[in-house]
Design a protein. Structure first.
Length: 244
């Protein structure tokens, strides 16, 4: 298990580079094992990289019918709500890709289930039944407080470890009710990519990458890829790393 930090000069260059890298990984996974399992992230960069992917001509080389999409977390809101991560990804261009709707594994909202707990159980069951045992790539944004997915600093949802997905209440960032994969589930991936831009994230990036960082305080220190963990960041987000 290794960590790699790759710094790009600008946010746009970063989004384009992540998109190109993701297309390569999707193609390789489909070629070698007949499917790709990609776990997407919300956040503004999570959507910007989808726009960059849709704008990349190499997307036409991908067999999208073999691609399964997942989300590392979701806001517990009805399908199509403008504040859901999947809606924002859709609007950024995801819906223009020829994906199989049944392979786009959305986290159920209050229009489908009665509680965030039921949503987490249902989503976990789908990961078990329709997943392939591990993701190829998990993408994760990071907040200025060091959160990733919907795992927040010193939040009790972090302590639930015997589950694939957990309900999160009283999130410090609105909306308060969410569903998140656990560290364990996020780490069941060949690669985990943290995708981060902006000077307001520089301290969180440095804290997550510090030796011995404690996920309880800095959740982005929690997930690790089985093969590699990559930090794909811009110069501003790299500003507090030693050597920058
Ligand atoms: C959420 C967001 C959040 C986001 C990070 C990074 O559910 O509140 O999805 O987790 O991924 O805060 O966001 P930016 O890419 O906009 O900086």
């Amino acid at each position: 298990m290794s960590s790699e930090v790759i710094v790009h000069p600008t946010r746009r260059a970063l989004a384009e580079s992540i998109a190109a890298r993701l297309l390569e990984h999707i193609e390789a996974a489909v070629r070698t094992r007949g499917r790709a399992d990609i776990c997407l992230t919300g956040g503004s960069l999570g959507s910007e990289l989808i726009t960059a992917l849709v704008d990349n001509p190499r997307k036409d080389d991908v067999d999208w019918a073999a691609v399964h999409l997942w989300w590392g977390d979701e806001r517990y809101l009805p399908a199509g709500d403008a504040d859901r991560n999947d809606t924002q990804n859709d609007e950024a261009g995801l819906r223009s890709l020829p994906l199989r709707p049944e392979y786009v594994h959305r986290v159920p909202g209050p229009d489908e289930v009665d509680s965030a707990e039921e949503s987490a159980r249902t989503y976990a069951a789908t990961v078990r039944s329709d997943g392939s045992g591990r993701f190829d790539v998990v993408l994760l944004g990071v907040g200025p407080d060091g959160h990733c997915a919907s795992l927040f600093p010193r939040h009790p949802a972090q302590r639930i470890t015997d589950a694939i997905a957990v309900a999160v209440h009283d999130s410090p960032k609105p909306p308060p009710d969410r569903v998140s994969l656990t560290y364990e589930a996020l780490s069941r991936s060949g690669e985990v990519w943290f995708v981060v831009t902006g000077a307001d994230k520089a301290q969180a990036v440095a804290a997550a990458l510090a030796p011995g960082a404690d996920p309880w305080e800095v959740p982005a220190a929690g997930p690790h890829g089985e093969d590699v963990t990559r930090w794909l960041i811009d110069e501003d987000a790299a500003g507090a790393l030693s050597g920058s």
